[in-house]
Write a protein that binds this ligand. Sequence first.
Ligand code: GDP
Length: 506
Amino acid sequence: KMTVKELARAMNRDFDHVVEALLNTSVDVDELEPDSVLDQVWVKEVVSRSGMKFRWAKLSETRELQESQPVTPPPVVTIMGHVDHGKTTLLDSLRKSQIVATEAGGITQHIGAFSVQLASGEAMTFLDTPGHAAFSSMRARGASATDIVVLVVAADDGVMEQTVESIRHARTAGVPIIVAVNKCDKPQADPERVKKELLSHDVICEEFGGDIQAIHVSALQGDGLVELTEAVVALAEVLELKAEPDGLMEGLVIESRNDKGKGPVSTALVQRGALRRGAVLVSGRAWAKVRFMFDENDSVLKEAGPSRPVQVSGWRELPSAGEEILEVETEQRAREVVAYRQYLDEQQRLSEDQRTIAANREAHLQEYREQREELGHLSWRQRRRALYQKNKDAFALRPKEWGQEEADPGDVDGSVETLLNVLDSYDAQDECELKLIHFGTGDITETDVNLAHTFSGSVYGFNVAVPRPVQQVALKKDVPLRLHSVIYKLIEELQQELSLKRPPIT
Ligand code: GDP
């Protein structure tokens, strides 16, 4: 739904244009005002009458962003490397070095990312989930949360499988690498060998004339961390990162969880604009009115700018990690966006269901055709018998559906048999042949209805029920359901239907 005014603006036309487009429709144009609300059908009608195409815009396209002077944001760094080469230890040391620096004195919370500030005032953000998982899941969603990859290689172990994998991930994402040659405190450490090994993977360190910085560190003892962070700052300068600090916020969900005290919280990495308390955010099918923002030391923040990781409370539901976060103007808008995304999901599920049903039906038809071919030499009567014998076990074993009482198979078998006997006497009519597509015991199912629909047939039921959902399918597909509890009445109706289908006498 949208107002006439909004529609006119979206189409780049004026109010009168919309009114004219609605002439000769059931809309009372005399009543139309700029703020009159139009239903989706009429919005689409106006658009098509104007020779334009209707398309749902992405949320990111519809927000009006104010232009602002870009600033240089702190670089966002992901640590990657082979298992046991020291990623976690390095992150811990970096985080600890920061506690001392900020004198926060508290325990740093694990919120998925943290900032490190150098004595020189330069800052950087480390994503706190080591390994490829986080990096890849973000990449899979097309989001790039990382500006720089720090590749950790243990000096006593050298280049290993996941080292090579990490290099490939970084390359694919177009993210530059800094090598942290770790465990240099170990007596058997051989940093030079590591750098030579890297050559064969096209990672050419500075001393070999390449442009990749390699820093010798000991994550365990905290050696070389200052050099490493300085290398990050130096590389960031070369990258000339830019971000707009004002206007509606854009960001990424780094992680999400239910916190005992704070409720559903997510860590957002701001990528554009500023995040403030009270902002309304949408992420996937979740939305929030930001109640509180905390940094990694659990201090309350008033505002967070680009590259700043913040824990946000106020989510109605938890957003998923890696998902984009967009700020919108109002709660109303957030609800609309979420409702629309849910609607899209449902449509998607529905069409998948339909595809499955269609595929099932095709399989069923195919099976039926094959069976018929096999029995092609027989008369209809014999064929029917044969089919029945063939499927008898399946019918008797049909599972309980819709809570239906388990029928005595012998008894039910008997009534199918009886019916078939009677139907046989109506066989072989010249002008119109009765074709029995399928028969069985138990309540009528959706498959029965689908099958009838495929063959433009009817479903006859004898002493059985039709569950409501199946009735609805039949109604929608225009498949007649004929239910009887007296055999001769069933036959009578069948006869009538047959005679109606007889070609007219000329
Ligand atoms: P990850 O699997 O890459 O996260 O590796 P971890 O950080 O868990 O480290 C694996 C092991 O290596 C642990 O036992 C660490 O204590 C040890 N380790 C990590 N860094 C160093 C280091 O600089 N020197 C030494 N000697 N051991 C280290």
